[in-house]
Design a protein around this ligand. Structure first.
Ligand code: ADP
Ligand code: ZN
Ligand code: ZN
Length: 644
């Protein structure tokens, strides 16, 4: 008998059983048309396996000749469910283009061979490139290996990816290349297209549903099997010989704002394991966890120490903001900005978060219970830790020296732009942030003007740090290092140093550039590493701290959030979860109000669990949430990286 489990793209965590005449193993992963709900409306679902017989069954019909999900993707669905705690309905919805669930006719999925005509010659490899390519290429389409290439920007990583992918293509396989934000790196896309021509499929968030569907189809049929895209591209049904994750530390790989809460980088590693192919992670500043995996031999570790063109890394200088009259631009930075070449200024990424600095002892005000800085909440005049819920009144002053001489830091892009226009009226100044790049094509317009030398000073958020080569930029600056620490969580030092090194790398691609970091805390020990471009030294120190506090990579963090329009109910539900965990001796931080305690009129409370066994934790947390029927919506965010 052919009873089949069918999955619908709905916010329900279950499959539905139907009878499908003549169903067999080859039909797994195909779309089906099935009567659904009270009115038996025809709805599109996916057949994901056989089921046991039920009474009162309904009949469904297979729609297509070929499946839309292969075995790997069905296994990944299960992983999104068991590891990330996603409902499987939402997981399948996130995995496939929307149109597949709208077109009720058969879709022609004929598999093609792709035609690859070499578009341009490879560059002659450097010794390092040759060694790395040789070490990885025999794994292509054959066996799993995880590889980290740690090399500064300009050290030739992309050329390595291109050549490895060429080996895959020549063996008849495609590839998936994940990049943080393809819209910000058009040069990268150009490089791939100029090497591989039209067998590239580019995926990004600005595609229309139809474009997304057509590109998905081109990958599925094998016409364009090299996939270049943001995190969700890891779910395309490409026949992959290799997977690449560039800038593997980038936070955009983590989907935190909607279900499923997966990390594309981690899914990439898992997918490579399932498909028995190599995965290559690349970065100048890998995440501390990835560095740890490489150092301990879990990943193969390749380092490239110098740039291909041997341009020395920029010299990094610090500028003390404590004696700066305006608190915005120091004299050192002003003098540098007056020079003729182009400059780039990074302004803090999260305008809402402000830290308090003690002007008497030069320290950031930290939480007594956690190794994190407190955040200034202007509304109630308090400094708070959103990890453990600790708070203190502003007038309590500095916890180290008792001084009440505190300063709150955090300056938006607009304020900076206005200020620089005033002090440097002859310069052409442009702002680059999500506010003024919303319109289609506006990114590109600004970046083209920058490339053509029409802009003297560009001021932007971290979006700017991710862009690629702008050879005219000789000076890069960070307005306030402390503002980069605004996340106030265990990742804040890591993210700040990564961003600082990334920004400094924007300067001086042709000849040695200069980078200025302004700070209120010139004695921050991380600056020693930053000035030496010694990221490894930072990682080593950071690992000691992480180990002591059992933060990743020495544990996994699962964040539970309650979201409720009624503050009291949200708080009560989170307290219930907290006491339930305490009763079972499970370690957690919190519960507390989220840093942004209200979003869209819903109140948010959270707590953070440290665990070594994610799947079993997720399993009992899901059971708790399902059985208790909370008034609040409860979010489970596994391997959380956002804590606001
Ligand atoms: P990364 O990805 O590490 O930033 P790229 O691969 O983009 O490095 O290389 C930096 C620059 O050096 C690019 O302009 C690239 O074309 C050039 N390049 C890379 N490898 C070679 C090589 N083997 N010979 C000559 N130029 C190279
Ligand atoms: Zn003090
Ligand atoms: Zn704390």
């Amino acid at each position: 008998m052919a009873f089949v489990s069918v999955l619908f793209p709905l916010a329900v965590d279950q499959t539905f059983t139907y009878y499908i005449e003549g169903f067999d193993g080859n039909d797994i992963g195909k779309r089906v048309l099935a009567p659904f709900g009270k009115n038996n409306r025809q709805k599109i679902g996916i057949a994901i396996g056989t089921a046991s017989e039920i009474d009162n069954y309904k009949e469904a019909a297979i729609l297509d000749k070929s499946p839309v999900l292969n075995k790997t993707l069905i296994d990944l669905l299960e992983f999104l469910h068991s590891y990330y705690g996603s409902g499987i309905g939402m997981a399948v919805k996130g995995m496939l283009p929307k149109r597949l669930f709208e077109i009720k006719e058969q879709i022609c999925i004929e598999e093609h061979d792709f035609c690859y005509h070499k578009q341009s010659e490879n560059l002659l490899s450097t010794e390092e490139q040759y060694y790395i390519i040789n070490s990885i290429k025999d794994d292509i389409a054959k066996r799993f290996s995880s590889n980290l290439i740690m090399g500064v920007t300009g050290s030739g990583k992309t050329e390595i990816y291109l050549q490895l992918i060429e080996h895959a293509v020549e063996a008849g396989y495609g590839a998936i290349v994940l990049v943080p934000e393809i819209t910000l790196t058009p040069q990268l896309e150009e490089r791939f297209v100029s090497r591989f021509g039209d067998i590239i499929s580019v995926f990004h968030s600005r595609l229309t549903p139809l474009q997304k569907f057509n590109r998905w189809l081109n990958v599925r049929t094998g016409r364009a099997p090299i996939v270049l895209g943001a995190r969700s591209a890891i779910f395309v049904p490409a026949k992959t010989g290799i997977i690449v994750v560039d800038e593997e530390q980038d936070s955009s790989y983590k989907q935190s704002d909607m279900m499923p809460h997966y990390n594309g980088r981690d899914i990439a590693i898992l997918r490579a394991k399932m498909e028995k192919i190599p995965v290559v992670l690349g970065s100048a500043t890998p995440s501390v966890s990835t560095y740890y995996n490489a150092k301990t031999g879990k990943f193969r570790f390749f380092k490239i120490e110098k740039r291909v063109k041997e341009t020395p890394l920029p010299k990094i200088y610090l500028a003390d903001l404590n004696n700066c009259r305006t608190g915005i631009i120091s004299e050192k930075l002003l003098a540098a900005l007056e020079q003729k070449s182009q400059s780039l200024i990074l302004v803090n990424r999260r305008g809402f978060a402000k830290n308090a600095v003690c002007l008497d002892c030069d320290s950031l005000i930290e939480c007594p219970n956690c190794s994190v800085t407190l955040c200034y909440h202007k509304k109630d005049g308090q400094l708070k830790c959103h990890w453990c819920g600790y708070k203190q009144k502003i007038d309590t002053g500095c916890r180290k020296c008792g001084s009440s001489n505190l300063k709150f830091i955090g300056t938006g892009t607009e304020k900076v732009e206005a200020y620089i226009k005033e002090v440097l009226p002859d310069k052409v100044i442009e702002r680059f942030d999500s506010d003024n790049t919303k319109k289609k094509g506006s990114y590109q317009k600004i970046l083209n003007r920058l490339r053509d030398g029409e802009i003297d000073i560009i001021i932007g958020t971290q979006m700017l740090a991710k862009g690629h080569d702008y050879p005219g930029i000789m000076l890069s600056a960070i307005l306030s290092y402390e503002s980069l620490l605004a996340g106030a969580d265990y990742l804040s030092s890591e993210n700040a140093i990564q961003l600082a090194l990334q920004v400094s790398g924007r300067a001086g691609r042709m000849s040695q550039g200069k980078s200025i970091i302004q700070t209120y805390n010139i004695h921050n020990p991380d600056f020693i590493d930053i000035i030496r471009h010694d990221y490894v030294s930072f990682c080593e120190k950071e690992l000691v701290i992480r180990k002591k506090h059992l933060y990743p990579p020495f544990s996994h963090l699962i964040r539970m959030i309650s979201v409720n329009p009624k503050q009291i109910e949200g708080k009560r539900d989170m307290q219930y979860i907290a006491s339930w965990l305490s009763d079972r001796n499970i370690e957690f931080l919190g519960p507390s109000e989220c840093l942004i305690s209200k979003i869209r009129n819903k109140f948010r409370f959270h707590l953070i669990i440290k665990t070594n066994n994610v799947k079993s934790s997720v399993c009992f947390l899901r059971n708790l949430v399902e059985n208790k029927k909370f008034d609040s919506r409860i979010i489970i965010d596994v391997d959380a990286i956002d804590f606001f």
